[in-house]
Design a protein around this ligand. Sequence first.
Ligand SMILES: Cc1cc2nc3c(=O)[nH]c(=O)nc-3n(C[C@H](O)[C@H](O)[C@H](O)COP(=O)(O)OP(=O)(O)OC[C@H]3O[C@@H](n4cnc5c(N)ncnc54)[C@H](O)[C@@H]3O)c2cc1C
Length: 491
Amino acid sequence: MTRSGKEYTERLADGRRVMMDGEVVSDVAAHPAFAGAVESIARYYDHAHAPENREAMTFTSPRTGEPVNRCFLIPRSADDLATRARALRRSAELSAGLLGRGPDHVAAFFAGWAGRRDVFARGGPGYAENLVRFYEHLRDEDLFAVYAIVPPQIDRSKPAHEQADPHLYAGVTREVGGGVHVSGAQMLATGAVLADYVLVSNIAPQRPGDEDQAINVAIPIGAPGVKIYPRRPYATGATSVFDYPLSTRFDETDALVVLDDVFVPWAQVFVLRNREVCAAQWIETPAHVLGNHQAQVRLATKLDFAIGLAHRIAEVTGNLAAPPVRGALGEMAAHTVVVSGLLAAQERNCEIDDEGIAWPGREECFAVMTLQSELYPKVIHMLRELCGGGLIGLPSSAADFGHPEMGADLERYVGGPGEAAVERVKLLKLAWDLVGSEFGGRHQQYEMFYAGAPFLVKQRMYSVYDFDRRRGLVDQMLGEYDLHTALPGTS
Ligand SMILES: Cc1cc2nc3c(=O)[nH]c(=O)nc-3n(C[C@H](O)[C@H](O)[C@H](O)COP(=O)(O)OP(=O)(O)OC[C@H]3O[C@@H](n4cnc5c(N)ncnc54)[C@H](O)[C@@H]3O)c2cc1C
């Protein structure tokens, strides 16, 4: 059953320990650093839970017969992928694509894993069943999982087991009757402050000896021993929602996850000390492409938002009629259409595997992942360019409008023909929060790295692309002539 925003928010009071500014924060829903983001996630849940959105946003759980969020769907056809994408798009539009790791991201990974439980069964008895039961638990109770799948950058020249302490990177330290104990850290879990569970696993290549880190386990954020260290939150430094409309409401947080001898019951262990299965879960199941397909639906939404902003700003500055400005907007639009078009192609060119699961087209999925680290900064740069100094010539805060003398000056020198100063300032401050604020800078880093370091993503693109088919065209051409071939019309 889908849950309401209120039910989501109430569940956050689980004794979690968020380590920030020298204090331990437990009540994240009430803390100014996180309250806005909690409200945004609650809105996500309310939207899917509303009876009028049931048809678009849910499907029927095969286990309970209740409506559950489409982000948990295990797709079996191109139609399934397209219907799922439409629901993901509606969710993404609630935040203009600014919540990168909302509840529907890791849900897609679990759907992909549950569809190919056979991969987990290779790890030994019980793991596949644990995985499927946990997927059903998330789906049927509409829970929010995030993941931490990359180790900290302590010393990347050495594998996990050769670090100064072999348990710096999160891994299993011992097995006990009811489960395992996990210690160590993972570099980043976006959304960990706001979620119900963190999934701890590894996507980075592992070497013999790294078996303790070759795991996939789900841990409640409030479990004893879990410590969440978020980077500096952006909402607390903001003067008002008007001044920082995005920082105050959509800062999903990114956090170092520290696990201090955390007990994980067997039911939440899906891979244990198995490098082969730990690697296979990303490649031999559709989890990775389903998760990235979701991430790209969100990216396309955010690009649409950036272009909408650029168009509105060109209009208020009176530049919209200039052909070069229209050309720049056209170029921005072309970038967006590339992403949306490749998303549609992923759905249409899906591959149905031998278990009947639909994998979004891999070439197209990796093409977006390869391009996005340059495409997003470029679109943001073009938006910045169209805004010019207008982004900087703004009043220091919303409070200036309340002062008679300042308010009058702003009206005279900042407003436009037929447009109140407050409306123009509102629009430009919105743009600044996307391109220039600390929140905006983090988003640039996010789009460049969330799918992996660009140099690695390009190598994955190489591995999924069918070069043979294209080489065939070259062979065909080379086969049509040799040293002795006469010029056409001369023989
Ligand atoms: C905002 C944000 C949110 C994130 N959220 C999550 C999350 O929710 N969960 C999660 O698990 N992870 C998350 N990550 C981490 C993300 O998965 C990693 O940043 C990504 O996998 C790249 O790893 P890295 O940062 O360790 O970069 P590195 O692998 O250290 O690479 C950094 C740079 O070093 C250079 N480099 C390194 N090695 C080589 C080499 N062999 N050859 C050539 N150049 C090299 C490249 O220039 C590369 O770009 C997030 C990251 C960011 C920035």
